[in-house]
Design a protein around this ligand. Structure first.
Ligand code: ADP
Length: 248
């Protein structure tokens, strides 16, 4: 029963490591344009779920579809990335010795158009795209700054910008605001809210202030499956969720 509006469809996914079920009949659906937060205690299976979505881990059973027809369980990591799923790990990885502009240029999809390699000048639309992304990630005044000199938060934004250069349909973000200042966290929330609609986002996060600022639906994972789903206030009031967070 796939609505045409679904960007990610996980159904009954199980992943075992030496008999231990990291994911246990996990089912989860994300609509196109949605901004979904994933919360849950350590060991709940959040990383394993993203590994399944990105083709890094093959599930023992279950379905994982991107859009209507793309079967993620049959794809390699590069194929998944190429299909339009961008993943950001927790720690920033940028080219420290290159400028902001160069980082974004390096992240750009390779272009089939022939360009004069001697002068290696960018096409206007490519330059426009980099400018647009620099504005989105609030680094348009830092185009020529070497990435290694950026703050931690700015490096995180730059890496998100590098993902945006690939025009992803779905972004998977693992604890993007960990280590950020309150101000950077707030700006990151604004960025993600502005990206939703055009992109779909799945954000794994522990910072509840940030989750609240994002405002989307929240999925609580526990012991490899979905424990609760709904707006933040509703899941936070759920006795099963309270028990998982406070009862250990
Ligand atoms: P989370 O990201 O929510 O903290 P994980 O997906 O990292 O949870 O882990 C879920 C469970 O699966 C944990 O108990 C973890 O120890 C176990 N696990 C994850 N990856 C492996 C692996 N490669 N081998 C064995 N156990 C693993």
């Amino acid at each position: 029963d796939l609505s045409h509006n679904v960007i990610l469809y996980l159904d009954d996914i199980t992943v075992s490591f030496d008999g231990f079920r990291a994911l246990n009949k996990l089912s989860l659906t994300i609509d196109a344009g949605e901004l979904r937060c994933i919360i849950g205690p350590n060991g709940a299976g959040k990383t394993t779920m993203m590994d399944v979505i990105t083709g890094k881990t093959r599930p023992d059973s279950g379905k994982a579809f991107f859009g209507q027809t793309i079967d993620l369980t049959r794809m390699t990591e590069p194929e998944v990335a190429h299909a339009g799923i961008g993943r950001k790990f927790q720690k920033p990885t940028v080219f420290e010795r290159h400028t902001v502009f160069e980082n974004l240029e390096l992240a750009m999809k390779t272009d089939k158009r022939v360009r004069n390699t001697l002068f290696a000048s960018l096409f206007d639309d490519q330059r426009d795209k980099i400018s647009e992304v620099m504005k989105q990630i609030r680094l348009d005044k830092a185009a020529d700054r070497v990435a290694g000199l950026l703050s931690h938060g700015q490096k995180q934004w730059l890496e998100i910008g590098m993902l945006l250069m690939q025009d992803p349909k779905l972004l998977l973000l693992d604890e993007p605001v960990a280590g950020m200042t309150d101000d950077e966290t707030e700006r990151t929330a604004e960025l993600f809210v502005s990206l939703a609609g055009k992109h779909s986002l799945m954000v794994v996060e522990h910072d509840m202030t940030f989750v609240e600022a994002l405002g989307g639906k929240v999925t609580v994972l526990c012991e490899g499956s979905v424990l609760a789903e709904g707006d933040l206030a509703t899941v936070q009031a759920d006795p099963r969720v309270i028990e998982v967070y406070l009862g250990r």
